[in-house]
Ligand binder design. Structure first.
Ligand code: ZN
Ligand code: ZN
Ligand code: FE
Length: 739
């Protein structure tokens, strides 16, 4: 604004306050109009102009130029903190220019890039309020910072080799080994020698290893207690990414975008990559360097690195220097760190490419919305009159705070059933409330009484609203699209508490933000053993065989898999609180029947394997086995996949290729879903369908359902910038409670 006002010959001043940018300008009316227009049209790349308000003021006479004045007061905190931004093009060129004073400086940044959310202690966003506060700018950096014509004008983390943070390399038990350039060189040498190095990233520590070294990857897996879950890869640039995976235009753009997510894309023949990186997966998760330090590391390595969150199995990512040795010391051979503190932990975001076929254009779907997205506010479909806190569900949790027409969803917190994540949950709530000046007047929670988030909400001395899990799923999809109308919501996921005392997860709901009606659902079966049935998909196979065929067949199948089969059969007539209409569990059952997985080590693993198995069979060549639709007799309609399960079993018995069986299952479930949706939409006069829940991370199912619904003229809403999984429950809760 200073630059533009000076160009236009205006007098006055500009300042940041906690409500936004405040400009007082005086001069030629035409120049003033141009200034107002340039606020919108000429904003810098990272600026998001959410509104411009102009008021006339009495002229005070020429002030002798236009100046920038210091941030005023505390006020109410309404200005969003920016996301953390990957290195921009200008900074990348300087980083690789030997003549530049920031040549190979791992902390290079400018107004258009650099850390933001993860270094901000409080707002307004000024250097003194960030973890850059201890670093005093040298005169060269200060001059850039003060010069409105410079790219680093008011770049809060501005730094150079003379005044900025410095790298250090330590042993696993914390003894210093090297500093600055030698630290980086030492880490690269360790990695090239097959060692595991902890690396301080943007929102926490990563564990890095040479992705082309089978032994190094195996050691990392072993130490991290991670059996099968794929690792993500860091590569230096887009051309290196293209060598590993097939990227459509949208995926390539996302990969190189300032958000720098991990992008899941179909792998090319995996020549150079260690088999242990993503065992049995047709996709690889690839990321471009999210910080200049990662640029240097990836470039100096000259080959892909495994980069995975620095944590032990289910704990949240380590972000505090004080925790590194204690929590990661046993996992690594060295630690590459620096003296700029991370204030907020923030895991990498993940997006999956090639989702859906709307207009035939490739589409990206955010699977985990964290670094590069949080804490970017989303607009609520309708404003809230009270400050809200939404605490989410349990798995893959996030929290959200809302006031007026904005909702801010936190970074990924993790599974709250683990103690360390429950601490991270409280920290995230405190930080977001503080950052956005939200004093909650209402807390929104899941209906599941045993979720830690629900109990936390109950303990607050605040009015509460409980929101049904799948209503929240659909509401999140509506919120993403700014919709308040009544739609047919299809929520397919793992498990969510249902008011009838069963565990829901295959729901067709007529719903808007005010309420829902359960119009239909997947047939209900037992969840033999509760949590054990989630870890052991063969139990779900047994439950579905019992329903689709008979108990003898179920027992016969179970005996081939596990000697506890008889005991598990005994659980099939158990209490109703362990009955479920979950589509996620149906996927588990079929994956077990096909012989892909009888037990799992991470959530969704069996369903992912089933989708992966089907990939070689084009949808047009897949069999389409029937499901049975039962009209609701006063109650919800039932989508009964029993015939589909029987067809799967028959095909497996005949030795049909598992790929064909998996494809046939997807086709049948998609057609049954689309047919029931068509009937329900017609009966209830609904013109749009919203697809939500973790099952709609499945590309094949989503695409098939979407195509069939679009073909009969229904509008289909899907998640793109928010995730369909439980990471969006807090968003849906906030959207519902805002009234
Ligand atoms: Zn930059
Ligand atoms: Zn400097
Ligand atoms: Fe869910």
């Amino acid at each position: 604004m200073h630059r533009v006002a000076c160009e236009l010959g205006l007098d006055g001043e500009v300042s940041n306050d906690s409500e936004g940018v405040l400009i007082e300008a005086e001069g030629d009316p035409e120049a003033l109009a141009t200034l107002a227009a340039r606020l919108r049209d000429g904003a810098p790349p990272l600026a998001r102009v959410t509104g411009v308000r102009a008021d006339d003021m009495a002229p005070t006479g020429p002030a002798g130029g236009f100046s920038i004045v210091t941030t005023r007061g505390e006020g109410t905190a309404d200005v969003p903190v920016s996301i953390d931004v990957g290195p921009c093009h200008d900074c990348l060129s300087e980083l690789t220019d030997p003549a530049n004073r920031r040549y190979r400086h791992p902390f290079i940044n400018c107004t258009n890039c650099g850390p933001r959310y993860t270094i901000t202690r409080r707002i307004p966003y000024d250097r003194a309020q960030t973890t850059m506060a201890p670093f005093v700018m040298c005169s060269a950096c200060q001059a850039e910072y003060d010069d409105p014509l410079d790219r680093r004008f008011h770049a809060q983390p501005n730094a150079c080799p003379d005044c900025g943070p410095t790298l250090s390399l330590r042993t696993a038990d914390g003894h210093p080994r090297a500093g600055r350039d030698a630290a980086l060189a030492g880490a690269v040498a360790d990695l090239q020698a097959g060692l595991v190095v902890a690396l301080k990233g943007v929102g926490g520590f990563h564990l890095a290893a040479d992705a082309t070294n089978d032994d190094a990857v195996a050691v990392l897996r072993h130490r991290k207690h991670r059996d099968d879950k794929p690792f993500a890869l860091l590569v230096a640039d887009l051309s290196a990414a293209h060598e590993l995976v097939h990227l459509d235009e949208v995926a390539a753009a996302a990969l190189a975008s300032p958000r720098r997510p991990i992008v899941l894309a179909p792998r090319r023949s995996p020549k150079a990559i260690a088999a242990g990186v993503a065992p049995g997966h047709p996709e690889l998760g690839v990321m471009l360097p999210p910080s200049p330090l990662h640029v240097l590391l990836a470039t100096d390595m000259g080959r892909p690195l495994v980069l995975t969150s620095g944590n032990v199995s289910h704990e949240p990512i380590v972000y505090a220097d004080a925790d590194v040795e204690a929590r990661l010391g046993d996992l690594v051979d060295a630690v590459l760190t620096h003296d700029r503190a991370i204030h907020v932990r923030c895991d990498d975001s993940v997006a999956r490419c090639g989702m859906g076929t709307n207009d035939g254009a490739p589409r990206l779907q955010v699977a985990r919305r964290s670094r590069g997205h949080a804490p970017e506010p989303l607009v609520l479909p309708r404003p809230t009159h009270r400050h809200l806190l939404a605490v989410g569900a349990e798995l893959k949790n996030t929290v959200a705070v809302a006031k007026q027409d904005r909702v801010v969803v936190s970074h990924h917190i993790g599974d709250l059933e683990h103690h360390a994540a429950s601490i991270a949950f409280r920290e995230a709530i405190d930080h977001l409330l503080h950052l956005y000046g939200v004093t909650p007047e209402l807390v929104v929670h899941d209906l599941h009484p045993e979720y830690l988030s629900s109990k936390f909400a109950e303990d607050l001395d605040l009015p509460q609203i409980g929101v049904q899990h799948h209503h929240a799923h659909v509401a999140a999809c509506l919120a993403e699209h700014g919709r308040t109308d009544r739609v047919l919501g299809i929520a397919y996921d793992g498990l969510g508490w249902g008011p009838d005392g069963t565990l829901w997860g295959g729901e067709l709901l007529a719903c808007d933000l005010d309420g829902y009606e359960r119009l239909g659902h997947l047939a209900t079966v037992a969840l033999p053993g509760g949590a054990a049935a989630i870890r052991e998909p063969w139990r779900m196979a047994l439950a579905w065989l019992d329903r689709a065929q008979n108990r003898d067949r179920a027992l016969a199948f179970g005996r081939r898999v596990d000697d506890r089969a008889r005991a598990v059969v005994g659980l099939l007539d158990g209490d109703r609180s362990l009955a479920t209409s979950s589509v996620g569990r149906l996927f588990d059952a079929v994956a077990a029947l096909v012989g892909l997985r009888t037990s799992i080590t991470y959530e969704g693993q069996a369903a992912i394997a089933l989708e992966a198995a089907a990939r070689t069979v084009p949808p047009s060549q897949a069999p389409c086995w029937p499901v049975e639709l039962q009209a609701g007799d006063g109650g919800p309609a039932i989508l009964d996949p029993a015939p589909l399960v029987r067809a799967v079993v028959a095909a497996v018995d005949q030795g049909v290729d598992p790929a064909v069986v998996a494809a046939g299952f997807h086709a049948g479930l998609a057609r049954g879903t689309a047919e029931l949706a068509r009937d329900l939409a017609a009966q209830h006069d609904l013109a749009a369908v919203a697809l939500s829940g973790g099952v709609f991370q499945n590309r094949r199912l989503t695409t098939l359902v979407e195509e069939q619904l679009s073909a009969i003229g229904l509008e289909v809403l899907v998640h793109e910038v928010t995730t369909p999984n439980d990471g969006s429950i807090s968003l849906g809760q906030a959207a519902i409670a805002a009234r």
